[in-house]
Ligand binder design. Structure first.
Ligand SMILES: Cc1cc2nc3c(=O)[nH]c(=O)nc-3n(C[C@H](O)[C@H](O)[C@H](O)COP(=O)(O)OP(=O)(O)OC[C@H]3O[C@@H](n4cnc5c(N)ncnc54)[C@H](O)[C@@H]3O)c2cc1C
Length: 388
């Protein structure tokens, strides 16, 4: 999809601001810029909403419809409180259309560097394209590239091993013994989905016990608590959460004791709490068995666990997360930290790269979509200041 617009060009030398990535973060920034009379062009390697259409079928937002809408367009009431994956995709398409965003689809940006005259940014895209912008906003997503740990024996493992990114629903796993590796939101939800689709056995390999929160309690969404406490001291929030966690059943006997580290401390390190959409019930009823972390893969379809146990599941789903993969794009600019995350985020540009912005590379407990909308406005204001 390519949408054209006649946005007024407030940009210096008629250069647009390029926004790399047409997910919610990129679209929100493009709209915020356009609303300020700044021409913005989104460059998207697939199509608008691609990241959401790739997610598994049963996925719903765990943040509310109201607090997940991007600036300038509400999510319709018919989406319900927790919008479905397909509704999110439709919403993003509508967002681009309603705001007449200028979008180039099917072009992947492979490298960003300073323009030859030093006043802007040069983007290298597929098909030899070279695009020069007055500023550039990188919105390529926190969940960019599926990460499969480098387990010993993985390369020669002859069993059925897939990353969760390829998981759609539990149908192909009906009647099979499945090991899910990793207990983030995705791993937890896939384990529940497998049970509901009739897998004969579901085991969940856990390295670090997660914080589990109910999506809502007596009608009060966990996200609202996240919004209220997000600016409080981390230690205080950790203590509040420890008390709140006592309202959840103790799953120590089933292998999921309460974590020692604080919820907010862990969230700041990138491990957002698991929203319960059936995990607690599944573990309590023994339908999901918690086992030790995976240490290695062995011949004959065997998996070696950290406690020395060997198991032979029919299939393994690795819900082991994603990497940002920003290095090829901007690594040479010295703007990433040792974890590959941007040194400056939102309205701040790195000191050595003025006019280069990043959005979507944090894991806020107040809801990423909400924060993407807020950051979009801040980035657009910063760009406007830059153009004065
Ligand atoms: C399973 C799952 C559930 C989630 N649920 C929620 C939720 O309920 N509430 C919430 O607030 N947040 C949620 N999030 C977190 C977050 O809101 C979403 O991941 C959101 O889509 C992030 O938006 P984004 O625009 O930053 O990145 P993405 O949505 O990942 O979009 C990035 C876009 O950039 C494109 N792209 C990437 N690299 C390039 C390149 N080099 N050149 C051109 N284009 C490129 C991609 O194709 C993609 O379209 C969830 C995340 C996941 C993974």
């Amino acid at each position: 999809m390519a949408t054209t617009s006649a946005a007024p060009a407030a940009n210096p030398a008629d250069r647009p601001v390029y926004v790399v990535g047409g997910g919610p973060g990129g679209l929100a920034v493009a709209h915020a810029l356009r609303a300020r009379g700044i021409r913005a062009v989104v460059v998207e390697k697939a199509e608008v909403g691609a990241s959401w259409s790739r997610h598994y079928d049963r996925l719903r937002l765990h943040t509310t419809r109201r607090t997940s809408a991007l600036p300038g367009l509400k999510m319709p009431r018919r989406f319900g409180r927790w919008a479905k994956r397909d509704d999110v995709v439709r919403y993003l398409e509508k967002y681009a259309e309603v705001h007449e965003l200028e979008i180039i689809t099917g072009v992947e940006v492979s490298r960003i560097e300073r323009s030859a005259d030093g006043t802007g940014w040069l983007l290298h895209g597929t098909g030899g394209r070279e695009l020069t912008g007055a500023a550039v906003v990188v919105a390529t997503g926190y969940n960019h590239t599926p990460h499969l740990p480098d387990w010993p024996g993985r390369e020669t493992y002859d069993g059925d091993l897939a990353h969760a990114a390829a998981y759609r629903d539990g149908t192909p796993y009906a009647g099979r013994d499945v090991l899910v590796v990793g207990v983030g939101n995705t791993g937890a939800e896939i384990a529940v989905d497998l049970v509901e689709h009739g897998a004969s056995r579901v085991r969940l390999a856990v390295r670090t016990v997660p914080h589990i929160v109910r999506r809502s309690t007596a009608g009060w969404p966990a996200q609202y608590s996240g919004i209220l406490v997000r600016r409080l001291p981390v230690g205080l929030v950790d203590r509040i959460c420890r008390v709140m966690a006592l309202t959840l059943p103790d799953l120590s006997a089933q292998g999921l004791p309460r974590p020692d580290s604080g919820l907010y401390t862990r969230a700041r390190e990138g491990a957002i709490p698991v929203q319960d959409v059936g995990l607690i019930d599944g573990v309590r009823k023994g339908r999901i068995e918690v086992v030790a972390a995976v240490d290695a893969f062995e011949e004959g379809g065997k998996v070696l666990l950290a406690d020395g146990t060997r198991i032979s599941p029919d299939a393994v789903v690795a819900a082991t997360g994603y990497v940002r993969a920003l290095e090829p794009l901007v690594g040479h600019l010295g703007v990433l930290d040792e974890r590959g995350l941007p040194l400056a985020h939102g309205p701040q540009s790195p000191a050595n790269a003025p006019g280069l912005y990043f959005t979507g590379f944090t894991t806020p407990i107040s809801g990423t979509l909400r924060e993407l909308g807020i950051d979009a406005e801040r980035i657009a204001k910063a760009v406007r200041r830059q153009f004065r």
